[in-house]
Design a protein around this ligand. Structure first.
Ligand SMILES: *[C@@H]1O[C@H](CO)[C@@H](O)[C@H](O)[C@H]1NC(C)=O
Ligand SMILES: *[C@@H]1O[C@H](CO)[C@@H](O)[C@H](O)[C@H]1NC(C)=O
Ligand SMILES: *[C@@H]1O[C@H](CO)[C@@H](O)[C@H](O)[C@H]1NC(C)=O
Ligand SMILES: *[C@@H]1O[C@H](CO)[C@@H](O)[C@H](O)[C@H]1NC(C)=O
Length: 346
């Protein structure tokens, strides 16, 4: 698999069989005329293999190579703003449809995706200059969704990497409480089955989008991943503090998986009132520590962090939060009884 945007001369190898090429252009861009200046050779040897024509035509008609290698030549050394993504044809042909979507930092990308099959339609999302996507909206359209069969999977990287599903959503009344969901990667693949959906992904790197992700709300659920789970070339570290000083929550934390490959690495979970140091605290320093038990505690904040640099390390932690408002209800209740008492005995 490869992704790049400046190419002058490139031979691509390591594909199992045929190579499928897909173009990803930014949604702000209609058509990339530079594709007409780039040439495609069917094979790994430019001198002897067949020149099949301009990239623009190749993408319109053929899209797949005859062998497990393909050569792209740009004689003009001009920069194209588009990305070309190469996949093993055998990995993308299992889907009813395959597309690549390119975006960049500080964009909100909205997509209407549809697929009626169980094979699913796959979309590889790529950010050219950022490493985070905030998934903010997922809506199933009733008219184009088979509710009992519909689900949306997210896998890391592209189909060629043959990765497993990391997030999976189906129709439910509480679906919207799963968003925003952070995807700490510059690339991932979304597969929709038996559904018509509207999605919005935000690549803002501003403080306000980070604050939205870190804001607790009643009923909220989410998953925190080491970036290395999405892309093995990145670090396993992360640190997030969800906090609301005005409201109390019951925070629930489940460690779904943790691998601590090096001594000194650690996963820390803290929850509690911000006002005092009376928080609940748990630090995992090795895989052998008992971590599978669910942890729950009340407070204004929940901090989940992983410290470490070993790329074999990782953590997947899911969380949920429930607003605690019984204090207010109790006060009203007391007031009610006080009034009742006062009226009766007056
Ligand atoms: C490209 O594929 C063809 C056919 O499989 C093979 O003969 C050739 O050696 C390959 N070239 C490279 C550079 O891998
Ligand atoms: C792809 O992944 C699936 C399931 O994880 C596995 O059964 C299959 O063998 C993998 N295919 C390849 C070519 O690695
Ligand atoms: C995702 O969820 C759907 C529906 O709940 C289920 O059928 C499917 O097997 C799940 N996929 C994975 C990879 O867990
Ligand atoms: C502090 O924590 C202890 C032990 O969990 C608990 O008994 C006590 O009530 C807590 N104090 C406050 C002010 O929350």
């Amino acid at each position: 698999m490869f992704v790049w945007f400046f190419f002058s001369f490139l031979i691509l190898g390591k594909f199992l069989a045929k190579v499928a090429l897909n173009l990803a252009v930014k949604n702000t861009q209609d058509y990339d005329t530079l594709l007409e200046l780039i040439f495609v050779y069917d094979g790994g040897d430019v001198k002897n293999c067949q020149m099949v024509g301009r990239l623009s035509n190749f993408l319109k008609k053929k899209k797949t190579s005859s062998f497990n290698n393909i050569t792209i030549v740009n004689f003009y050394e001009v920069d194209s703003p588009s990305y070309l993504i190469g996949n093993d044809w055998s990995k993308v042909s299992v889907f009813s449809k395959y597309k690549a979507i390119l975006t960049s930092r500080n964009q909100q990308t909205t997509g209407e995706l549809f697929d009626a099959s169980d094979r699913g339609a796959a979309y590889t999302w790529i950010c050219s200059d950022c490493n985070n996507f905030y998934w903010t909206i997922l809506k199933f359209h009733k008219s184009t969704t088979t509710i009992s069969k519909a689900y949306i999977e997210l896998r890391s990287l592209s189909p060629t990497h043959n990765t497993s599903t990391l997030l999976n959503y189906s129709v439910s009344t509480t679906l919207e409480r799963n968003f925003p969901q952070l995807i700490p990667s510059r690339m991932f693949t979304m597969i929709n089955h038996h559904s018509g959906i509207a999605v919005t992904l935000d690549t803002s790197v501003t403080k306000s989008s980070t604050q939205k992700w870190l804001k607790p709300f009643d009923g909220r659920r989410g998953v925190i991943f080491s970036p290395s789970i999405w892309d093995s070339k990145t670090s396993p570290s992360f640190s997030f503090q969800f906090e609301d000083d005005d409201q109390k929550f019951m925070f629930g934390v489940n460690v779904n998986d943790v691998r601590i490959a090096t001594a000194g690495d650690s996963l820390t979970i803290k929850t509690g009132p911000t006002a005092s140091n009376n928080f609940s605290y748990k630090e995992f320093v090795s895989d052998h520590t008992e971590f599978r038990t669910r942890r729950e505690s009340k407070g204004n904040f929940m901090q989940i962090s992983y410290e470490g640099w070993d790329r074999r390390s990782m953590a997947i932690v899911s969380f949920d939060m429930k607003k605690i408002n019984c204090g207010n209800a109790y006060d009203l209740f007391r007031l009610f009884f006080f009034l009742l008492f006062w009226l009766c005995y007056k």
